[in-house]
Design a protein around this ligand. Structure first.
Ligand SMILES: Nc1ncnc2c1ncn2[C@@H]1O[C@H](COP(=O)(O)OP(=O)(O)OP(=O)(O)O)[C@@H](O)[C@H]1O
Ligand SMILES: [Mg+2]
Length: 322
């Protein structure tokens, strides 16, 4: 099973995505891919590149959230020898390295404002300037930007430039959450346990109907990445040549197994009896806010008013993650 450039799923939502990829591949405009964590943003950007006339040239990815402030500009645009103290030699930036091909600006929502201004200039006149150089270099690079942030919100918060957003978002692809395409779950499960079979010399033939139902009932805050992880783990652990509902249940995180019955944003959603311990209350509160935020830990920590590391510590303490 190959799917569309390694993408599995025949649901209506995924077919729309494949159509968008085909369209985007054949026109040379920037593309903005929006989707929650693990929905396949990187896979989609590679598919666009591989399907495009640029597919013999480089595909270069840069994670805008992961580069330290002092290095970010040089990473993107490169520098001339001597441009700053540690610039012992001339170095091309990622955009220049993608010449003729495609660059993926991953997590663009975390790009710093001063770089956003520079990127806008690249988009406007197709040239870059290495740090420490006066010479502009003509570039022919397709830009794909990906984000799991709401950029409109970021514009309101004044952390993202509106003019850059308009430039980048001429062609937008929104990726569905896994819970919005539950029909694809059997095919995805099969795809991943076949991978386990070939990589680890296993011989899994199927997942029971009950097992599939359990997979479909879960809300998958981590989307396909989390799904893949669960299938790999159950497939590795089973002693049978099939995966059962109980084996899946034993491995699924306790959070978000089903949607809560009452709306979470009502003030009544957290109510406890007098006997409830403080720890239980805290655990319940964290669980609920995590579900509300679709498993997004950063947002959860923010909403709870605690730091990220203390959230991780509490998740561990209450056994809310694997
Ligand atoms: N439709 C799909 N079919 C098969 N595998 C998929 C699909 N979508 C995602 N995956 C797999 O799920 C994992 C996560 O995908 P990817 O890295 O593209 O997601 P992402 O949106 O970039 O995530 P993040 O926001 O966390 O960076 C990868 O292993 C990828 O191969
Ligand atoms: Mg990614």
């Amino acid at each position: 099973m190959q799917g569309f450039y390694g993408m599995i799923g025949d649901s209506h939502r995924m077919r729309e995505v494949y159509q968008a990829i085909e369209l985007a591949a054949n026109i040379n405009v920037p593309v903005l891919i929006q989707g929650e964590t693990g929905t396949g943003k990187e896979l989609v950007s590679r598919a666009i590149h591989n399907h495009s006339p640029r597919n013999k040239e480089a595909f270069v990815a840069i994670n805008c959230a992961a580069i330290p402030h002092e290095l970010a500009e040089s990473e993107l645009f490169g520098h001339e020898k001597g441009a700053f103290t540690s610039a012992h030699r001339t170095r091309k930036g990622k955009i220049e390295l993608a010449q003729g091909g495609t660059i993926l600006l991953d997590e663009i929502g975390d790009m710093e404002m001063f770089l956003q201004a520079k990127l806008l200039r690249v988009l406007e006149d197709d040239t870059i300037m290495r740090i420490g150089s006066e010479k502009s270099i003509k570039i022919d690079v397709r830009i794909i930007a990906a984000t799991n942030k709401n950029l409109r919100q970021a514009i309101d918060d004044e952390t993202f430039r509106e003019d850059l957003y308009y430039r980048l978002s001429l062609f937008r692809i929104n990726l569905p959450l896994l819970k919005e395409r539950k029909d694809d779950i059997p095919a995805l499960a099969e795809y991943f346990f076949y991978q386990v079979n070939s990589q680890f010399d296993k011989n899994i033939t199927h997942i029971t109907d009950g097992g599939i139902k359990r997979l479909q009932d879960y809300t998958w805050p981590g989307n396909v990445r989390e799904f893949k992880n669960i299938i790999y783990r159950t497939a590795m652990q089973t002693k049978n040549n099939f995966i059962s509902s109980d084996e899946i249940a034993a491995i699924l995180p306790v959070i978000a197994i089903s949607e809560p019955d009452e709306p979470l944003n009502q003030p009544s959603w957290l109510s406890f009896s007098d006997e409830t311990s403080l720890d239980d209350m805290e655990k319940e509160a964290i669980k609920r806010v995590l579900v509300l935020n679709n498993g997004n830990k950063q947002k959860t920590a923010q909403d709870l008013g605690i730091g990220r590391s203390s959230l991780y510590w509490k998740l561990k303490k209450y056994n809310l993650c694997n």
